[in-house]
Design a protein around this ligand. Structure first.
Ligand code: ITT
Length: 199
Protein backbone atom coordinates (compact mmCIF):
# COMPACT_ATOMS: atom_id res chain seq x y z
CA UNK A 1 0.00 0.00 0.00
CA UNK A 2 1.12 3.50 -0.85
CA UNK A 3 1.35 6.51 1.47
CA UNK A 4 1.99 9.85 -0.24
CA UNK A 5 4.29 12.35 1.51
CA UNK A 6 2.56 15.59 0.47
CA UNK A 7 5.55 17.93 0.62
CA UNK A 8 8.11 19.32 -1.81
CA UNK A 9 10.52 20.51 0.91
CA UNK A 10 13.68 18.34 0.66
CA UNK A 11 14.60 18.84 4.33
CA UNK A 12 11.19 17.64 5.48
CA UNK A 13 11.24 14.64 3.10
CA UNK A 14 14.56 13.42 4.52
CA UNK A 15 13.30 13.74 8.10
CA UNK A 16 9.92 12.15 7.37
CA UNK A 17 11.54 9.11 5.73
CA UNK A 18 13.69 8.57 8.84
CA UNK A 19 10.88 9.18 11.35
CA UNK A 20 8.39 6.92 9.52
CA UNK A 21 11.02 4.21 8.87
CA UNK A 22 11.80 4.11 12.61
CA UNK A 23 8.08 3.57 13.23
CA UNK A 24 8.20 0.43 11.07
CA UNK A 25 5.17 1.25 8.91
CA UNK A 26 4.65 -1.42 6.26
CA UNK A 27 3.81 1.13 3.57
CA UNK A 28 5.41 2.30 0.35
CA UNK A 29 6.33 5.95 1.04
CA UNK A 30 6.08 8.00 -2.16
CA UNK A 31 7.05 11.68 -2.36
CA UNK A 32 4.83 14.29 -4.01
CA UNK A 33 7.60 14.72 -6.61
CA UNK A 34 6.40 11.41 -8.11
CA UNK A 35 3.31 13.39 -9.18
CA UNK A 36 4.81 16.48 -10.87
CA UNK A 37 1.57 17.35 -12.67
CA UNK A 38 -0.35 18.05 -9.47
CA UNK A 39 -0.33 21.83 -8.99
CA UNK A 40 0.99 23.39 -5.77
CA UNK A 41 -1.66 23.77 -3.09
CA UNK A 42 -2.57 27.32 -2.04
CA UNK A 43 -1.90 27.51 1.71
CA UNK A 44 -4.92 29.66 2.56
CA UNK A 45 -5.37 28.39 6.13
CA UNK A 46 -4.63 30.56 9.15
CA UNK A 47 -3.21 27.75 11.31
CA UNK A 48 -0.57 25.05 10.83
CA UNK A 49 -3.32 22.41 11.17
CA UNK A 50 -5.52 23.96 8.47
CA UNK A 51 -2.63 24.20 6.01
CA UNK A 52 -1.43 20.66 6.71
CA UNK A 53 -4.96 19.36 6.05
CA UNK A 54 -5.25 21.38 2.81
CA UNK A 55 -2.02 19.80 1.52
CA UNK A 56 -2.92 16.26 2.60
CA UNK A 57 -6.43 16.43 1.08
CA UNK A 58 -5.16 17.83 -2.22
CA UNK A 59 -2.68 14.97 -2.70
CA UNK A 60 -5.06 12.25 -1.48
CA UNK A 61 -7.78 13.48 -3.84
CA UNK A 62 -5.46 13.84 -6.83
CA UNK A 63 -3.60 10.53 -6.39
CA UNK A 64 -6.32 8.28 -4.97
CA UNK A 65 -3.92 7.25 -2.17
CA UNK A 66 -3.76 8.21 1.52
CA UNK A 67 -1.49 11.22 2.05
CA UNK A 68 0.32 12.78 4.98
CA UNK A 69 1.38 16.43 5.03
CA UNK A 70 3.46 18.66 7.28
CA UNK A 71 2.90 22.35 7.90
CA UNK A 72 5.46 23.84 10.19
CA UNK A 73 7.32 26.95 11.16
CA UNK A 74 9.21 29.01 13.70
CA UNK A 75 7.24 31.08 16.22
CA UNK A 76 9.11 33.86 18.05
CA UNK A 77 7.91 35.13 21.45
CA UNK A 78 8.81 38.81 20.98
CA UNK A 79 7.26 38.79 17.50
CA UNK A 80 3.94 37.51 18.86
CA UNK A 81 4.41 34.09 17.26
CA UNK A 82 5.66 35.30 13.84
CA UNK A 83 6.89 34.17 11.34
CA UNK A 84 4.62 31.17 12.22
CA UNK A 85 2.73 29.94 9.15
CA UNK A 86 4.69 32.46 7.05
CA UNK A 87 8.10 30.96 7.96
CA UNK A 88 8.83 29.60 4.47
CA UNK A 89 8.30 33.01 2.82
CA UNK A 90 9.27 35.47 5.57
CA UNK A 91 11.72 37.34 3.30
CA UNK A 92 9.28 37.36 0.38
CA UNK A 93 10.83 34.47 -1.56
CA UNK A 94 9.24 31.11 -0.80
CA UNK A 95 11.81 28.57 0.36
CA UNK A 96 14.84 30.91 0.49
CA UNK A 97 16.02 29.56 3.87
CA UNK A 98 19.09 31.79 4.07
CA UNK A 99 17.22 35.03 3.30
CA UNK A 100 14.43 34.10 5.74
CA UNK A 101 16.91 33.36 8.54
CA UNK A 102 18.93 36.53 7.92
CA UNK A 103 15.85 38.74 7.90
CA UNK A 104 14.68 37.24 11.19
CA UNK A 105 18.09 37.79 12.82
CA UNK A 106 18.07 41.41 11.59
CA UNK A 107 14.59 41.93 13.05
CA UNK A 108 15.70 40.61 16.45
CA UNK A 109 18.89 42.70 16.39
CA UNK A 110 20.79 42.59 19.68
CA UNK A 111 17.83 41.66 21.91
CA UNK A 112 19.50 39.62 24.65
CA UNK A 113 19.17 35.87 25.12
CA UNK A 114 16.52 35.78 27.89
CA UNK A 115 14.17 37.57 25.49
CA UNK A 116 14.92 35.36 22.47
CA UNK A 117 12.50 32.52 23.26
CA UNK A 118 10.98 30.72 20.27
CA UNK A 119 9.47 27.41 19.27
CA UNK A 120 9.19 25.21 16.22
CA UNK A 121 5.65 23.99 15.54
CA UNK A 122 4.53 21.17 13.27
CA UNK A 123 1.07 19.97 12.29
CA UNK A 124 1.03 16.46 10.80
CA UNK A 125 -2.11 15.65 8.81
CA UNK A 126 -3.44 12.44 7.30
CA UNK A 127 -6.12 12.49 4.61
CA UNK A 128 -7.77 9.58 2.82
CA UNK A 129 -9.25 9.80 -0.69
CA UNK A 130 -12.74 9.45 0.85
CA UNK A 131 -12.26 12.67 2.82
CA UNK A 132 -11.40 11.14 6.22
CA UNK A 133 -8.92 13.39 8.03
CA UNK A 134 -6.82 13.52 11.19
CA UNK A 135 -4.31 16.10 12.41
CA UNK A 136 -1.89 16.19 15.37
CA UNK A 137 0.68 18.76 16.48
CA UNK A 138 4.16 18.80 17.96
CA UNK A 139 6.34 21.56 19.36
CA UNK A 140 10.01 22.15 20.22
CA UNK A 141 10.83 25.04 22.58
CA UNK A 142 14.14 26.86 22.52
CA UNK A 143 16.11 30.09 22.27
CA UNK A 144 17.35 31.95 19.20
CA UNK A 145 21.10 32.45 18.84
CA UNK A 146 22.59 35.77 17.67
CA UNK A 147 24.55 34.04 14.88
CA UNK A 148 23.92 30.81 12.92
CA UNK A 149 25.86 27.67 13.80
CA UNK A 150 25.88 24.15 12.35
CA UNK A 151 25.36 22.58 8.94
CA UNK A 152 22.74 19.86 9.43
CA UNK A 153 19.00 20.19 8.91
CA UNK A 154 17.40 23.09 7.04
CA UNK A 155 15.52 26.35 7.47
CA UNK A 156 16.00 28.04 10.82
CA UNK A 157 17.89 25.08 12.38
CA UNK A 158 21.22 27.00 12.66
CA UNK A 159 19.69 29.58 15.04
CA UNK A 160 17.32 27.52 17.24
CA UNK A 161 18.92 26.08 20.37
CA UNK A 162 16.45 23.65 21.95
CA UNK A 163 15.84 23.92 25.70
CA UNK A 164 18.13 21.54 27.65
CA UNK A 165 20.66 21.68 24.79
CA UNK A 166 23.93 23.55 24.29
CA UNK A 167 23.88 23.03 20.51
CA UNK A 168 21.65 24.40 17.77
CA UNK A 169 19.33 22.07 15.83
CA UNK A 170 21.83 22.29 12.95
CA UNK A 171 24.57 20.95 15.25
CA UNK A 172 22.53 17.93 16.32
CA UNK A 173 22.78 14.75 14.26
CA UNK A 174 19.64 14.06 12.19
CA UNK A 175 18.68 11.26 14.63
CA UNK A 176 19.16 13.55 17.66
CA UNK A 177 16.99 16.23 16.06
CA UNK A 178 14.23 13.79 15.10
CA UNK A 179 14.15 12.41 18.66
CA UNK A 180 13.15 15.81 20.13
CA UNK A 181 11.77 17.82 17.22
CA UNK A 182 8.30 19.20 16.58
CA UNK A 183 8.18 17.03 13.44
CA UNK A 184 9.33 13.89 15.26
CA UNK A 185 6.72 14.39 17.98
CA UNK A 186 3.87 15.16 15.56
CA UNK A 187 4.56 12.27 13.18
CA UNK A 188 5.21 9.73 15.95
CA UNK A 189 1.77 10.70 17.30
CA UNK A 190 0.27 10.28 13.81
CA UNK A 191 1.71 6.77 13.27
CA UNK A 192 -0.92 4.85 15.31
CA UNK A 193 -3.61 6.75 13.42
CA UNK A 194 -2.04 5.78 10.08
CA UNK A 195 -1.87 2.15 11.27
CA UNK A 196 -5.55 2.23 12.19
CA UNK A 197 -6.89 3.98 9.09
CA UNK A 198 -4.46 2.89 6.36
CA UNK A 199 -2.81 -0.31 7.47
P1 ITT B 1 5.68 22.03 1.71
O1 ITT B 1 4.52 22.98 1.85
O2 ITT B 1 5.82 21.50 0.32
O3 ITT B 1 5.66 20.96 2.74
P2 ITT B 1 7.23 24.32 2.64
O4 ITT B 1 8.70 24.55 2.80
O5 ITT B 1 6.46 25.34 1.87
O6 ITT B 1 7.06 22.86 1.98
P3 ITT B 1 5.90 25.09 5.12
O7 ITT B 1 4.96 26.02 4.46
O8 ITT B 1 5.38 24.18 6.19
O9 ITT B 1 6.59 24.10 4.06
O10 ITT B 1 7.11 25.95 5.69
C1 ITT B 1 7.92 25.49 6.70
C2 ITT B 1 9.07 26.45 6.93
O11 ITT B 1 9.31 26.55 8.34
C3 ITT B 1 10.36 25.93 6.30
O12 ITT B 1 10.59 26.53 5.05
C4 ITT B 1 11.42 26.31 7.34
O13 ITT B 1 11.89 27.59 7.04
C5 ITT B 1 10.66 26.36 8.65
N1 ITT B 1 10.83 25.07 9.35
C6 ITT B 1 9.89 24.10 9.54
N2 ITT B 1 10.41 23.05 10.18
C7 ITT B 1 11.71 23.34 10.41
C8 ITT B 1 12.76 22.64 11.00
O14 ITT B 1 12.61 21.39 11.45
N3 ITT B 1 13.94 23.23 11.05
C9 ITT B 1 14.13 24.47 10.58
N4 ITT B 1 13.19 25.20 9.98
C10 ITT B 1 11.97 24.64 9.89
Amino acid sequence: KRLILATRNAGKITELHAILADAGLDLDLVGADAYPDIPDVKETGVTFAENALLKAHALARATGHPAVADDSGLCVDVLGGAPGIFSARWSGTHGDDEANLNLLLAQLGDIDTPHRGAWFACAAALALPDGTERVVEGRLNGTLRHTPSGTHGFGYDPILQPEDETRTCAELTPAEKNAISHRGKAFRALVPVVRELVG
